[in-house]
Design a protein around this ligand. Structure first.
Ligand code: BGC
Length: 949
């Protein structure tokens, strides 16, 4: 029966057999156990042959058994860990299917709750969905203390081995291991790895938050004696970081864990880390993220991670004094193996070290982050050394300059004659090539690791080089999403540069399901934000710990610090989930407040003159001083102020306070006007100046066409040569498209002479380069020299991959609508080019798969658009006067063609659209299709212009 007060709800007796709910999910990765239980939100997709939209939904939930005994050991009423009753929430007359707060309140700590959803369409109700199970974090450690060694283990020295035997009389119905560490750890239970993850707990702002993993170890526990064995290494906690040195967060390696066994009768056993654990050393002699891993396999304590090992020679653990409030549940996926890439092994020559050892080259087809797994044959006592590099030169030698001071060498001393499988731990390298010195290499596999786990999209065009570039960007994201968004994976840096994240956030959210990853990192950004509101340049910000003066160039820099608003806004646009906005509202307000204070501090209405990274790596900047870009850093700083204030206004309107939105918008307008008055002429002289003026809202709307024309002219004059750095690059093609200069946008995109995106592909790149000319046309490699003397040259830097956002939006023509985000409204705005012939893209949205595919048919454009259930598509097609847009339905003789506007809105379903006499970006206007250019029904330009990409 329809409950009272639910007028308009479809009768529950009416069934819509043609619709079913699929893909019910929460905001947490599906395989994460122990997530915060107090803010779970549900989203779902549905498939339907009968309807296009949802009109109502209902959620039911059931807790797994009753709450276990509390921490004082009081038993729960019946101790049943079976399944409880289903509770039905009220049906809700609402078409929302994204980030819905379910009924039932918070999930009790440590318990699991299952949810099912059903929806109603105009035809009635669906069946209940398959259940989604979410298990809540059990809360802080009660029995576990942070433990380490009594003997200080030197940084960079041996790894710490910790073990504890646990006797289990009867198999529990549920066993969970909660674990974290000061340093990175690998944990084994009875000799088997727990959780297929690496480098846990990852890098966060350790002074504020250290992440706790919860593992389901029920199946791994045995009756009798079990052994928990953990290896802890320096990782980010003690290892060296950038140029700041090592030991920044603390001097001691530490481990904290709790094994909780729950029995069917309600009994509960908890084994925590304490002084009964034993601590020893093994064969791992040194290990470092930058420098690599060295193990003497002869020194590995035989059987230490299994029952029966005599650890009487090991020392009892020391309890360390660490504030337990730092430990919190993780919300994002850990680093895992995401691919195994077979290596090509070429038997080499003697090493030239005088040892007579042979050198074997291993080449991977792909630049990866991770390590090599080698199958080698060798002799007991023989040392096998693996040296990694991103590139080799023409002579075939590994080029080590991109590593800077990172040694990136793994070494193994063998413990027996014969075959071995060798693989490092507690380290990673960014590399494509390796030299193996010693042994006989029988096989080599590149193990690629990443936190970027679920690809979300696909793209294909008529140009193989563009498709390869897209693939390179995906790899650079994989390779740099290693617990935090790093600048590059190979050199002695690998830091969470906020400017790189700002440039790439929108692309990242399209390519992989990155929401939880960003939310976790943004918590660090918030934790590290200075009290005055300045956002740090790297997150986690270890620089202050390393002795940088608080007032140095490391805080509040334009285009870097703005990540605080740009990243959550990109997540919101791409997923529709407001959570990231809500969580960053305070940091965003504080950041814009900081900028307003800076403005006020000068009394001139302008920001103080100070160091800016500016349009970093503008190809015209001196190679050794990449901040000396052609576009004024002062202009850029004001442009980004304007943008942050505008974004804050938007965020306030969605999740904050309208009065504060109005104030932020007023600040943006005021600064924009002053900035434009002062720098207009300068900005019109550079690609970055024009692009920022349009895209960040510095130039008044009325001048956008003029600025766009100027930008178009600059691009034509340089034959599509890219002239932008980290700040301009993400905005130059969007600015061209917004002002009707698609031909120029393609001219830049498809250029393959340096500097350009596709030039890298022509040079064989498999990831995105840091410098446009990292390898020159003559094959010589950039020396990367900086004025201070060090080298800055990376072949795996995602920032310039930001152009892929435009490729999805306007080459394929698939984008989320910021006014109705998460692809609930898809914006279908391809700007087709004959040079491509075809393009297609799909994104796995919360509503289901959305896709666009187009191809050229003479003067016509054919377009297939797939709109998921409960979503819609807003067309914004490129037409000219005389174009006709038709939607085609039916097949064979019964084809129906209906004329629609170029800005029509289409419901869920598969649609075939034909644009007769379409507008192609690379056909000069006035020729070809001819006529005035109209975009989404608006005339954007009347004049003929030189097109021809
Ligand atoms: C990093 C960049 C970063 C920059 C700051 C470099 O060393 O690799 O990607 O944003 O410094 O200017």
């Amino acid at each position: 029966m329809t409950p009272p007060g639910s007028r308009g709800l479809p009768d529950v007796q009416r069934r819509d057999e043609g619709t079913r709910v699929v893909a019910l999910h929460s905001q947490y990765p599906a395989d994460l156990v122990g997530v915060p239980g107090d803010d779970v939100r549900l989203s779902w997709a549905a498939e339907s042959t009968t309807a296009t939209a949802q009109v109502a939904y209902q959620v039911r939930w059931r807790d797994d058994g009753e709450p276990a005994p509390n921490d004082r050991g009081e038993p729960c009423p019946d101790g049943d860990l079976g399944e409880g009753e289903w509770h039905d929430g009220e049906p809700v007359l609402d078409d929302r299917s994204l980030a819905v707060v379910p009924p039932g309140g918070a999930i009790p700590p440590g318990r699991a709750r299952s949810f099912r959803v059903r929806i109603a369409t105009a035809h009635g109700w669906t069946a209940w969905s398959a259940p989604l199970r979410v298990e809540a974090y059990a809360g802080g450690f009660t029995a576990g203390r942070v433990i380490g060694s009594h003997d200080g283990v030197p940084i960079g020295g041996p790894a710490l081995y910790l073990r504890r035997e646990v006797h289990v009389d009867r198999r529990p119905v549920r066993a969970r291991l909660r674990i974290s560490s000061l340093g990175v750890h690998d944990v084994l239970l009875n000799g088997e790895r727990v959780g297929a993850e690496h480098l846990s707990p990852g890098w966060t702002s350790y002074e504020h938050r250290i992440l706790v993993a919860t593992h389901d170890v029920t199946a791994q526990l045995e009756r009798g004696t079990n052994v928990l064995a953990v290896v802890v290494g320096d990782g980010w906690y003690r290892g060296r970081l950038g140029w700041t040195g090592s030991g920044l967060y603390g001097a001691d390696l530490g481990l904290v864990a709790e094994l909780v066994l729950e029995h069917a009768d309600g009994a509960r056993e908890v084994v925590g880390t304490d002084s009964t654990w034993r601590v020893g050393l093994g064969g791992v002699q040194c290990h470092s993220l930058y420098d690599g891993y060295e193990v003497d396999l002869r020194d590995e304590p035989d059987g230490w991670n299994r029952a029966g090992f005599d650890d009487s020679g090991w020392a009892p653990a020391r309890v360390l004094d660490v504030p337990m409030s730092r430990f919190e549940p993780r919300i994002a996926s850990p680093v895992r193996t995401v691919a195994e890439v077979p290596g090509v092994v070429s038997v080499g020559s003697p090493s030239g070290t005088g040892s007579g050892a042979a050198v074997t080259r291993v080449d991977l087809p792909q630049n990866i982050t991770g390590w090599l797994r080698l199958r080698v044959r060798g002799r007991a006592g023989e040392r096998i050394e693996v040296r990694h590099a991103e590139i080799v030169d023409d002579a075939g030698a590994l080029r080590l300059e991109p590593l800077r001071t990172a040694r990136a060498v793994d070494a193994y001393t063998l413990d027996h004659d014969g075959e071995h499988v060798l693989e490092p731990r507690l380290t990673y390298h960014g590399f494509q090539h390796a030299d193996v010195v010693g042994g006989e290499v029988l096989a080599a596999v590149g193990v690629a690791i990443s936190s970027a786990l679920t690809p979300r999209s696909e793209l294909a065009t008529g140009r193989a080089d563009l498709d390869r570039f897209h693939e390179n960007v995906r790899w650079s994201q994989r390779d740099n999403f290693t617990s935090l968004p790093t600048d590059c994976p190979q050199r002695d840096e690998r830091l969470g540069w906020t400017g790189d994240a700002r440039a790439f956030a929108a692309t990242a959210s399209t390519l992989f399901d990155s929401t939880a990853f960003w939310r976790s990192w943004l918590r660090d950004l918030a934790a590290d934000q200075r009290p005055d509101g300045a956002v740090t340049t790297v997150v986690p910000n270890h620089l202050l710990l390393g002795g940088a003066a608080p007032e140095t160039y490391m805080q509040g820099r334009a285009g870097w610090a703005d990540a605080t608003l740009v990243v959550p806004w990109a997540v919101y646009e791409s997923t529709g989930d407001e959570q990231a906005l809500r969580e960053q509202l305070t940091t965003g307000r504080a950041w814009v407040g900081y900028l307003a204070d800076r403005l006020a501090s000068t009394g001139t209405g302008f920001l103080p003159e100070e160091f800016q990274y500016g349009d970093w790596l503008d190809p015209a900047a001196p190679p050794d001083e990449p901040h000396l870009a052609t576009t004024s850093s002062a202009f850029v700083a004001h442009a980004f102020l304007v943008w942050s204030a505008r974004l804050l206004g938007r965020v306030e309107r969605v999740v904050g306070d309208v009065a504060l939105a109005v104030a932020a918008e007023a600040l943006a307008e005021e600064v924009a006007a002053r900035t434009w008055a002062r720098w207009r002429d300068h900005a019109l002289g550079t690609q970055t100046g024009c692009a920022l003026a349009i895209e960040l809202g510095v130039a008044p709307e009325a001048e956008h066409a003029v600025v766009g024309d100027r930008l178009g002219a600059l691009v034509r004059a340089s034959d599509g040569r890219i002239a932008t750095g980290f700040l301009g690059t993400p905005h130059v093609l969007p600015a061209l498209t917004r002002t009707g200069h698609d031909a120029e946008a393609y001219r830049m995109l498809l250029r393959d002479e340096p500097p350009s995106w596709l030039y890298q592909v022509r040079q064989g790149a498999t990831t995105v380069w840091e410098r446009w000319d990292a390898i020159r046309p003559d094959g010589s490699i950039h020396d990367g020299r900086m004025a201070q003397g060090d080298v800055m040259l990376s072949f795996n830097h995602y920032a310039y991959g930001a152009v892929i956002d435009w490729v999805y939006r306007h080459v394929a023509g698939l984008a989320p609508d910021p006014a109705d985000p998460g692809y609930r409204t898809l914006v279908v705005a391809p700007r087709p080019a004959r040079a491509l012939g075809r393009a297609s893209a799909s994104v796995l949205t919360s509503f289901g798969r959305a896709s666009v595919a187009w191809w050229v048919d003479g003067d016509d454009l054919l377009l297939d658009v797939e709109v998921p259930f409960n979503a819609r598509a807003r067309l914004d097609l490129a037409v000219v006067e005389g174009s006709r847009v038709e939607v085609v339905s039916g097949r064979g003789g019964a084809v129906d063609r209906r004329a629609i506007g170029p800005d029509a809105v289409l419901p869920a379903g598969a649609h075939r659209i034909v644009v007769r006499r379409a507008r192609f970006a690379d056909v000069s206007v006035g020729g070809g299709a001819g006529g005035r250019v109209v975009s989404g029904g608006r005339v954007v330009s009347g004049g003929a212009r030189d097109g021809g990409a």
